[in-house]
Design a protein around this ligand. Structure first.
Ligand code: ZN
Length: 182
């Protein structure tokens, strides 16, 4: 798998993130691809839809890949994800024996610390991977960050609108001035 292919698959992962954005989910997309370049599974965040944090893009893509393959072992596969996997997803990636991870943006808040691996500090992961771990970060990073920014900008705007509406309603009903956090 060369860099051109990586970028192509990251573009497809971004398309999944766009689908999440349309459905008002945190826009993260993932793709599981086998060594021949066949896409086994696609996924985007469905946290709001399912009402559960277990529905991350990677989990959905891996579940689909296992179903398509008829096996939980994804040894030869690559996973492409627009945001650095969290600990839960990286746990699932490891248990599924995926040794090749390509991600876009780094997640300082919830990321599994894959940046350390990219920079060569792989001690904490040797238990699982020995010597054959490949992690690439920062592919399509700008696009991956931009779509997240777009989502959170909309969320902030909506909160502001809701806050103002709340003040109006309270004033109308009680005749009192109500202070609301913006
Ligand atoms: Zn996750």
């Amino acid at each position: 798998m060369n860099d051109k292919k990586h970028l192509l698959f990251m573009q497809k992962a971004l398309r999944q993130a766009e689908l999440a954005l349309k459905k008002k989910e945190v826009p993260v997309g993932a793709l599981v691809v086998d060594s021949q370049g066949n896409i086994l599974g696609r996924g985007y965040n469905k946290i709001e839809k399912t009402g559960c944090q277990a529905s991350h893009a990677e989990v959905i893509a891996i579940k689909k890949a296992c179903k398509k393959r008829g096996d939980w072992r994804l040894d030869d596969c690559w996973i492409y994800v627009t945001l650095e996997p969290c600990l839960m997803c990286f746990g699932l990636i490891q248990l599924s024996r995926i040794k090749r991870v390509v991600f876009g943006a780094t997640s300082e808040l919830f990321g599994a610390g894959l940046g350390d691996i990219v920079s060569g500090n792989i001690d904490s992961y040797k238990k699982f991977y020995k010597n054959n771990l490949i992690i690439k970060g920062g592919l399509k990073e700008k696009e991956s960050v931009d779509i997240l920014k777009e989502f959170f900008k909309t969320i902030r705007k909506k909160r502001k609108v809701r806050g103002e509406a709340k003040i109006k309603v309270l004033r109308k009903g009680s005749g009192e001035v109500v202070k609301t956090q913006k």
